[in-house]
Design a protein around this ligand. Structure first.
Ligand code: NAP
Length: 216
């Protein structure tokens, strides 16, 4: 891994059939035990990254609540700065460090609206967010480890660009189905298995009816 960027851990809870939410966007897959495990991981990283759709659909807080420890900086990838100021992340930005990563195409009025709510804006890319550029800029903010918490579109971009150093997946005992339900990795996907990302399994933890898989 290049030292010019933070270490990237990709994390998700999936159904047995690989979905991270139902076709209606319900992503309440994991158990309390898994939330405690995830929040311990959160407390050890410097930042949590999510895509704009995850904020729109789940309205998460992305703080450490089920474990002790500090809140990491929250980073939302939102190329046009359209995140709702009514979202929990923006409403709590005064108390929890929050970065909105945008592109140069984000309208000024959207940026002003966010700055009024104590968020830091990082411009990383012309019309889309350039992940490598963003990671370099985050490193300059002293962010050394990031936890990518989805969704599937963002996960694909990190995987496609070879930016994942670790993967932690909790397989929850649910079968969800649905061709429109978001899977762990969306995007166009690799055409050949030979081109796909192949990882090394480091650890398996049984957690009630769940299994936590840790790959590097
Ligand atoms: N089970 C779990 O662990 C888990 C975790 C997280 C999310 N989820 C679920 O995942 C679903 C959302 O996933 P999703 O795939 O629809 O969306 P997503 O990955 O959360 O967000 C994708 C959006 O992020 C923005 N973005 C900005 N720069 C990007 C870049 N470089 N690469 C990729 N995206 C970028 C884009 O919006 P703009 O064009 O507006 O910038 C893009 O449409 C929700 O249903 C949520 O519940 C589940």
């Amino acid at each position: 891994m290049a030292a010019s960027r933070p270490r990237v851990i990709l994390s998700a809870a999936v159904s047995i059939d690989g979905k991270i939410a139902t076709r209606r966007g319900d992503s309440a897959l994991s158990s309390k035990k898994d939330k405690i495990r995830l929040h311990k991981v959160r407390s050890k990283v410097d930042a949590i990254l999510v895509g704009r759709n995850t904020v729109r659909v789940d309205d998460p807080l992305l703080t450490v609540r089920y474990a002790r420890g500090k809140n990491p900086t929250r980073v939302v990838l939102d190329s046009r700065a359209r995140i709702s100021t009514k979202s929990q992340i923006i409403k709590t930005a005064k108390n929890v460090p929050t970065i909105i990563a945008v592109s140069a195409k984000a309208p000024k009025k959207n940026l002003q609206r966010l700055e009024e709510h104590s968020t830091k804006i990082i411009i990383a890319g012309r019309s889309n967010i350039d992940l490598k550029r963003l990671l370099t800029l985050l490193k300059k903010e002293n962010i050394k480890t990031v936890l990518v918490e989805g969704g599937g579109t963002l996960n694909w971009e990190f995987i496609r660009q070879g930016l994942v150093d670790e993967l932690i997946v909790t397989i929850t005992p649910h079968l969800v189905g649905g061709r429109d339900a978001v899977t762990l990795v969306e995007g166009v996907g690799f055409a050949k298995i030979a081109d796909s990302l192949k990882l090394n399994l480091r650890k398996i933890t049984k957690q009630g009816d769940e299994v936590v898989l840790h790959y590097i």
